[in-house]
Design a binder for this molecule. Structure first.
Ligand code: T4K
Length: 370
């Protein structure tokens, strides 16, 4: 990709030379997959980084979410309350797990699912809640847990964006029955493709370990309907080369976030993201382009493109607006989610953006709106 084009994400890559010893170790052992030594090593390192009891590495975040949900053994076809304002994988994982997504609105002044909307949507068929820490910003984990406890519901957090995020609630990934994280190439920490299930619950961890490996308990025993969701040794090697430097990568993202916040503060019609009150990972830079702006969000998106700045409309369309999800729409009123889908533009944010790049984004942005 030419450097003149600024994309919303750009994966950090280790030097090829750093990878060679790990590749040699894979070649020497001939263990390419099936819980090999590098997968085990990365799992232990992530448990330590996340300050959690158990990490199960998976082929990607979507499979991690499917396997976490399957491992709860919820009644087939039962309802799972979730958000329409997310990547489509949140909902598709629920359906692949044999469950029915029920979409409720997000908060009026944020992008996460509304706890009061969850409470209002619980029925006798509800079995679980799948909230998303959208852009890595923590959900109201206490309110959600209170609702879950009151109704006896499971909670699996889609923490695809939340690698390394902490809040005054402690390690964000320690909430609910489990969380899933994505290690896709576009994420703060990546393994090319990858993801994991994080849980404190030893029994659930055992079920997830079975689920990702076809359900094999032993050579001759299969427990439950499993799938192949294992991470390979190659993907684990990529992760091992990044785990020690992920805090530096997050610090570089923070600089970009601060640069944008300062340079774009004069554009009064937009709302810029805030990192107040939690330890952010700066995975996204979502800007709300209000109706007062000279250009609407889509016009701004196209204008930036003409300057080689490829911002993204995460998350547009809403999941409920995809034709494939029409059966799950249920006539719900989702005004906050609808507004976010129409007004949010995510600007490029990644560690390789230098000051010149950031200035280029800011000058294209301000030129379009001021
Ligand atoms: N839950 C949530 C809330 C999620 O956001 C996601 C994934 C999941 C679950 C599922 O996790 P995974 O199964 O993916 O692990 C991206 C990612 O594919 C996806 O992982 C992510 N969320 C979603 C929000 O964004 P796209 O369609 O935007 O990716 P793409 O290919 O357009 O990449 C964006 C930009 O990044 C490109 O314009 C250029 C750059 N790029 C991308 C790739 C893949 C590179 O420079 N190199 C690359 O290899 O979906």
């Amino acid at each position: 990709m030419p450097k003149s084009e600024l994309f919303v994400a750009r994966p950090n890559l280790p030097e090829i030379e750093e990878l060679l010893p790990l590749l040699e170790s894979i070649w020497d052992s001939s263990q390419l997959t099936n819980n090999g030594p590098l997968v085990q090593k990365l799992s232990r390192q992530l448990e330590s980084y996340f300050q959690t009891a158990h990490v199960t590495l998976c082929g990607n975040g979507t499979l991690a979410l499917i396997c976490a949900l399957k491992s709860l053994k919820l009644p087939v076809g039962s309802e799972v309350i979730t958000t329409p304002y997310s990547f489509v994988a949140t909902a598709s994982a629920i359906v692949w797990a044999g469950l029915k997504p029920v979409f409720v609105d997000i908060e009026e002044d944020g992008f996460n699912i509304s706890a009061s909307a969850i409470a209002a949507a619980v029925t006798e068929n509800t079995s679980a809640i799948v909230p998303v820490h959208c852009y890595g910003k923590p959900c109201d984990v206490q309110a959600i847990q209170d609702i879950a406890d009151h109704h006896g519901l499971s909670v699996i957090y889609d923490a695809a964006h939340a690698f390394g995020v902490d809040c005054d609630c402690g390690s964000l990934l320690s909430h609910g029955d489990a969380s899933i994280v994505s290690f896709h190439a576009t994420k703060v920490f990546h393994t090319f493709e990858g993801g994991c299930v994080v849980t404190k619950n030893t029994e659930l961890k055992e079920q997830v370990d079975l689920a990702i490996n076809f359900g094999f308990r032993s050579e001759t025993e299969v427990d439950g309907i499993g799938i192949n969701a294992k991470m390979s040794e190659f993907n684990a090697a990529i992760g091992l080369l990044q785990i020690d430097r992920v805090d530096d990568l997050i610090a570089a993202r923070k600089k970009a976030h601060e640069h944008y916040n300062q340079a774009l503060a004069s554009v009064a019609c937009v709302t810029l993201p805030s990192d107040k009150g939690y330890r952010s990972n700066y995975s996204y830079y979502p800007v709300l382009v209000s109706k007062e702006c000279k250009l609407d969000r889509d016009a701004l998106y196209n204008e930036l493109k003409s300057f080689g700045v490829f911002a993204r409309r995460y998350f547009f369309p809403l999941i409920t607006d995809f034709e494939s999800y029409k059966d799950f729409r249920k006539g719900n009123d989702l005004p906050n989610a609808q507004r976010a889908a129409e007004q949010v533009l995510c600007l490029p944010i990644h560690p390789s953006l230098d000051t010149k790049d950031l200035d280029r984004v800011c000058s294209a942005f301000t030129r379009a709106l001021l």
